[in-house]
Design a protein around this ligand. Structure first.
Ligand code: GDD
Length: 395
């Protein structure tokens, strides 16, 4: 593919956050000349490089009661060399949607001879392995894995670790365009190929997110992301003393992380997960608060924001859902030790003016699961090993 070279990088302690880079062309051909690195502000990421990273990557698909047709499309878009890990919280009683998802995955994997795992979030074998490894934070009061997208992502991440993958990427199961999924994963690979550090993250910025309102309108910014990005940028600006607009992917559900970085980050429950990842990176590696991750501090953390060619079309879940998402996102900033009084006040005003909280209320604290490196991964692997093959979609 051809992609804009990283042009401007905002530095915040050891964090190198790159301004968005647009995909210029989805393919760069076998024969086309490789322009000198950065020539004309555009670089070529060749197929071999993309495949190299895809082979080391697991793609985690969290799913909860989505339309099966959409899920099938999403699976079909994940590049062949990536391992697919589906983590489902779909219903089993009455209609066994989990079984239907397994059947769909099995069919595609059989036809195309590829690797995939499918796990139910509430599988007792998973919660037992987590308890064995001392990682009870991911469990609810019933002793099973908590509900929510974040918990699903974390299970997927741990299974990717067990499978020996070096990168883990996430795509939602409710995307209408298989071709967009293919592009997201290729963009993850392109981002990782540009990283100087073993600690890196790639976040997807959609070129357009079309809305249906008297025809198709190609909207650029989502209501939640616009506000999240504004306050994330205010947080960075208040620390570096210069106004910045570098953050454009505060809520990016589609993103990927190198396993080394993924292991060092704490994760916030539900839809706070993506903004909290950025906040945790700023807290851990921004040079303001103390860090114990000396290696990451020395190498630095590379964050890439890649703007797709494909528009993003997914299921819309209504206003209340969006309000909840915005509250979660702004809570991550509000409760960060990096957030000063002025910014806290601005966040409160934003949330009250949007009638998300009442006057005098504060955003509720978030449930944060400590970094996976705090668990005894060897014990987790030992406990899950026996069941590992039973998660194969080809079973
Ligand atoms: N396993 C599992 N468990 N999956 C879940 C759960 C759960 O409890 N809850 C939601 N999911 C799955 C959905 O089925 C979907 O595939 C994905 O997680 C995203 O959930 P949605 O509810 O569809 O989120 P959204 O589309 O409103 O928001 C997405 O985009 C935002 C950025 O605009 C999400 O990816 C957000 O996290 C993201 O911030």
């Amino acid at each position: 593919m051809y992609i804009e070279s990283p042009r401007y990088t905002e530095r915040f302690g050891s964090v190198r956050m790159n301004h968005p880079q647009a995909v210029v062309a989805l393919d760069s051909g076998m024969k086309s000349e490789l322009p000198p690195y950065g020539a004309m502000g555009v670089m070529k990421v060749d197929e071999e490089t993309i495949k190299h990273f895809e082979n080391k990557m697991a793609i985690v698909i969290p799913i909860k009661d989505e339309k099966l047709k959409l899920f099938e499309g999403v699976i079909s878009g994940v590049p062949h060399d990536c391992m697919i890990i589906t983590v489902s919280n779909s219903q089993i009683e009455k209609i066994d949607r989990f079984r239907m998802e397994g059947d769909a995955l099995n069919q595609i994997c059989r036809y195309t001879s590829r690797e995939a795992l499918i796990i139910h979030q509430k599988d007792p074998a998973i919660s037992e392995a987590l308890a064995e490894a001392g990682y009870e934070d991911l469990l609810g009061e019933d002793g099973l894995v908590r509900d929510g997208k974040c918990a699903a992502m974390m299970i997927g991440m741990l299974m990717a670790k067990v499978a020996g993958k070096e990168y883990v990427g996430f795509v939602d199961a409710d995307n209408y365009f298989p071709g967009a999924i293919l592009e997201y994963v290729r963009n993850y690979a392109a981002g990782f190929s540009m990283a100087k550090s073993d600690y890196s993250m790639v976040r997807i910025l959609w070129r357009y997110k079309p809305k249906l309102s008297a025809g198709l309108y190609f909207k650029k910014w989502g209501r939640v992301s616009e506000v999240t990005n504004k306050y994330m940028n205010s947080l960075i600006s208040s620390k570096i003393g210069f106004e910045t607009e570098v953050v454009r992917t505060g809520n990016a559900g589609e993103h990927a992380i190198s396993m080394k970085l993924a292991e060092t980050l704490p994760y916030a429950a539900g839809y706070a997960v993506e903004p909290q990842e950025l906040i945790s990176i700023f807290e851990n590696f921004g040079g303001i608060l103390p860090t114990r991750d000396r290696k990451a501090m020395e190498q630095g953390v590379d964050i890439f924001q890649i703007e797709t060619r494909n528009p993003h079309l997914h299921e819309e879940k209504g206003d209340e859902h969006l309000k909840g998402m915005l509250l979660s996102a702004l809570s991550t900033i509000y409760h960060s030790p990096l957030c000063d009084q002025d910014l806290k006040q601005a966040i409160l005003s934003e949330l009250t003016s949007q009638s998300i909280i009442k006057e005098g209320e504060e955003p509720p604290p978030l449930h944060i699961t400590p970094a996976p490196k705090k668990m005894d991964i060897k014990k987790f692997v030992a406990a899950i090993k026996e069941d590992f093959n039973s998660y194969s979609a080809l079973q």
